[in-house]
Structures are given as structure tokens and as C-alpha cells.
Design a protein around this ligand. Sequence first.
Ligand SMILES: NC(=O)c1ccc[n+]([C@@H]2O[C@H](COP(=O)([O-])OP(=O)(O)OC[C@H]3O[C@@H](n4cnc5c(N)ncnc54)[C@H](OP(=O)(O)O)[C@@H]3O)[C@@H](O)[C@H]2O)c1
Length: 244
Amino acid sequence: MAHCVITGGSRGIGKATALALAAGGWSLTINYHNNTAAAEAVCAAALDAGAPQVRLAAADISDPEQAATMIKEAEKAQGPISGLVCNAGIIRTQFTALTSPDDWRKIHATNLDGSFYVTKAVIRGMVRQRAGRIVYISSDAALLGDLMRAAYSSSKAGLLGLMRAVSREVASAGVTVNAITPGIITTDMTADIPETRRQKQLAAIPLGRFGEPGEVAAAVSFLMSDAASFITGQTLSVNGGLYM
Ligand SMILES: NC(=O)c1ccc[n+]([C@@H]2O[C@H](COP(=O)([O-])OP(=O)(O)OC[C@H]3O[C@@H](n4cnc5c(N)ncnc54)[C@H](OP(=O)(O)O)[C@@H]3O)[C@@H](O)[C@H]2O)c1
């Protein structure tokens, strides 16, 4: 049975991805950090949407031990992992000169190191099965360099390097590894953008609106599907044309 782990699946893009993959018949391990009530609601909705099995896994993926244990327990409970969506992420908006080393480290630890820890824990199993799909949720910020978000932009650019290197490593086993770079998507992460910044961002998007989590999830579902079997090492922007 196809078993996919989604990090940060309790809200936003991760939640929409969980529901889309559930509808596609995947069994799911849904990781989250703190928000148990939200994760439980996603679990129930994913079962309703058609997932054969869903299990919640609370873990801070920026902690290497928690990340490794989370994957080990997921395999024990639901069998071999053939899908991984590295979606968990955090953001801070601050001038580079005012960014503390602690903030820099925390953003990289969650967005980049955490994705490395879970990747490291799943790839041997995928290579052994000679099947697997990994999708990283990077960001257009990796390509554009988002204003006042040097730590976030560099962590997301790091994910693209990780994606390309891992895709070469596991390709001979038929495992594909790709990234999505969302533009601005309506979630908790973008809920408090100041109005002047919001208007400037809207003006820079050719399609003239922010995206919805389901629009990112649809692209993840495609990359996770058999239809994407000859696509690896690629970056797909879901951004209304913000970066092109
Ligand atoms: N929204 C956008 O415009 C946008 C654009 C480009 C890229 N992205 C990327 O897309 C991904 C999802 O974004 P979103 O907007 O859906 O964010 P969100 O609504 O803020 O949700 C973030 C998710 O990540 C989880 N999380 C945070 N830190 C974690 C940790 N240390 N360990 C495990 N889980 C953790 C949260 O769990 P809890 O609920 O337990 O806190 C939550 O499920 C992020 O990587 C983000 O950088 C978003």
C-alpha cells in the first residue's frame, strides 16, 4: 500500500496536500509540531477523503532525533514509506542586519535541516523498494530573494540544492525527487502581511491574485503520481506567474 509522510500537515499547504493525496488513495503519516486539534481535524478529513489509513505524528523536525524517530515509528505502524512531502516551514520578516543568529539558525533548522533529517531517514527504504517519490515545498523566495527574508530565502534555496543532489543519488532506483516553489498562497503564514506590502505583491503577480493551498496540492499530487514517472530533479513554480 502506498504510504506517504507529509511534514507540517496540520495546516495550510500541508493540510491541502494531505487531503489531495488521501483522495488519490495514499495512506498517510501526517506530521505536525504543536497544533494537535488542527492535526486531528485533518486526520478525520483525510479518512473521509479516501485514505486507507491515517496516523498523526507530532514531532519537531528541526530536531534530528525526533525526525528519525518519527520516520521509524511511521514505518513500524504503516509499513514501508514510498512518498515524502517535505512541507513544514516557518518564516520571519526582518532586515538582514537585524536578524539574530538564533533566528537565522531556527529558520534553517526547520526549513532545510529538518527536510534533510527526514530525507535521510526515508531514502534507504525507497531505494530498497526501488520506488519512491519525494517532493520539497521550497518557495519562489528561493528564486527571487524575498525582501527582508534572507534567512527564509536562503533556507528555501538550500532545499533546491538538496533536491537536485538527492535526485541524482536515487534516480537509478527509480525514485524521483522534485520541488515546488509556491508564490504567495493564502494560509496562516501569509495572513498578517501588511496591506501596503500585500498590494505591491498583488501588483507583481500576472494572474492578479494569491494562490490557494489546493492549487499547490494539485501540483504535489501530480509529482507524486505515476503520471510524473519521468520527471526528476525539477522545480515547478505554482505562483500565478510571480517568478518566470
Ligand atoms: N503560504 C505561502 O505563501 C508559501 C509560499 C511559498 C512557500 N511556502 C512554504 O509552504 C510550506 C507550508 O506553508 P503554509 O503557508 O502552509 O504554512 P502554515 O500554514 O504556517 O503551516 C506550517 C505547518 O508546518 C508545521 N511546522 C512548523 N514548524 C514545524 C516543525 N519544527 N516540525 C514539524 N512541523 C512544523 C506546522 O505545524 P503546527 O500546526 O503544529 O504548528 C504547520 O503544519 C512551508 O514550508 C512554507 O515555507 C508557503
